[in-house]
Design a protein around this ligand. Structure first.
Ligand code: ZN
Length: 136
């Protein structure tokens, strides 16, 4: 049995309109996802929106229909100015929260360190996939 090969173009296609941002942001999000098992990639590309700032739009509107029971990950300008390792780590950390089922009820701002347990779990999950050697 041949393992299905995941690549950037396939991930981009699966995200479709759920991946919003400039090409660099899209690329690093897809590259980070490639570090995760296929089941995670499939879940994320189908159920998660990634929103990053992009040059040619001041603001935009998302239709609620498209967002129903989906998660939305926002990456800030500040984060995107950090080095690639930091960006990848933050993306993996957010993916971890989603895969571990951590809920962030609408309107609640989670401060750094306010929920230590779920932060530790998300860090562990993220680190596991970022650091595990790639088998080709
Ligand atoms: Zn977190």
């Amino acid at each position: 049995m041949k393992l299905e090969k995941l690549d950037l173009s396939r991930i981009l296609k699966d995200f479709g309109s759920r991946l919003i941002g400039d090409d660099r942001s899209k690329k690093i999000i897809c590259e980070t996802l490639l570090l995760f098992p296929k089941a995670v990639v499939d879940y994320i590309t189908r159920n998660v929106w990634f929103i990053t700032p992009f040059d040619d739009a001041w603001s935009f509107t998302l239709e609620a229909d498209g967002l129903a029971s989906k998660s939305l990950v926002f990456l800030s300008d500040d984060l995107l100015r950090q080095d690639d390792d930091q960006i990848r780590y933050s993306i993996a950390h957010e993916i971890a929260h989603i895969m571990l089922g951590h809920r962030n009820p609408y309107g609640v701002i989670i401060r750094k360190g306010s929920d230590k347990r779920s932060e530790t779990d998300a860090d562990e999950f993220a680190r596991y996939y970022l650091e595990s050697p790639k088998v080709s």
